[in-house]
Design a protein. Structure first.
Length: 181
């Protein structure tokens, strides 16, 4: 998790049961490249981590939510995101590549007895907003709706200090019978 764990967790403690970083049973994180293939890499990393942690029945829900959070970070939070001429996976300018290297998308998975948090850090300061649409079949706009549907809670907060951007997180309650690690 690194040294920024308690900075990242401070807003999570507001309004949720105590999540003392000192009591984390297990934690893992990975940096993700600024291209859409990172979603597949994040899913693979999440599934492998959750299998090691023996999370059980919630693993697929968590992997789906991680996919949506990473997709949103890539689509909406990176410079040039969504533009075919310089967006994620396209030919980015030197300035955009420099920003991507200085503020990468990063996935964090943290587990406590009875709960798990997945969080995605990105360089944007924009508030993640669920799309106001009745058209669930639309290609985009479903991400935060799915996060809200599958997670037991979610939110976001701006980062402070040396870190720039925001952290979008989702909380999963694990069955009492799940092992603590």
């Amino acid at each position: 998790m690194g040294t920024n764990g308690s900075t990242m967790l401070k807003p999570l403690r507001q309004g949720l049961p105590p999540l003392d970083p000192g009591t984390v049973s297990e934690a893992a994180s990975c940096a993700l490249p600024a291209r859409y293939e990172a979603v597949r890499e994040a899913r693979r990393f999440t599934r492998a981590t959750l299998e090691r942690w023996d999370v059980g029945a919630r693993a697929e829900d968590i992997a789906l939510v991680v996919s949506e959070l990473v997709t949103n970070a890539l689509r909406h939070a990176l410079p040039g995101a969504g533009r075919p001429d310089g967006g994620v996976g396209g030919a980015a300018s030197a300035a955009e590549r420099a920003v991507e290297h200085s503020a990468p998308v990063r996935l964090h998975l943290m587990r406590w007895p009875g709960r798990l948090v997945c969080a995605v850090r990105d360089p944007s300061h924009e508030t993640p907003v669920p799309r106001e649409s009745d058209d669930f079949s639309a290609e985009s706009g479903r991400g935060l709706f799915l996060v809200d549907s599958f997670a037991d809670g979610w939110g976001w907060h701006p980062l402070a200090g040396a870190l720039d951007g925001k952290m979008v997180w989702a909380l999963f309650l694990l069955p009492a019978g799940e092992p603590a690690g």
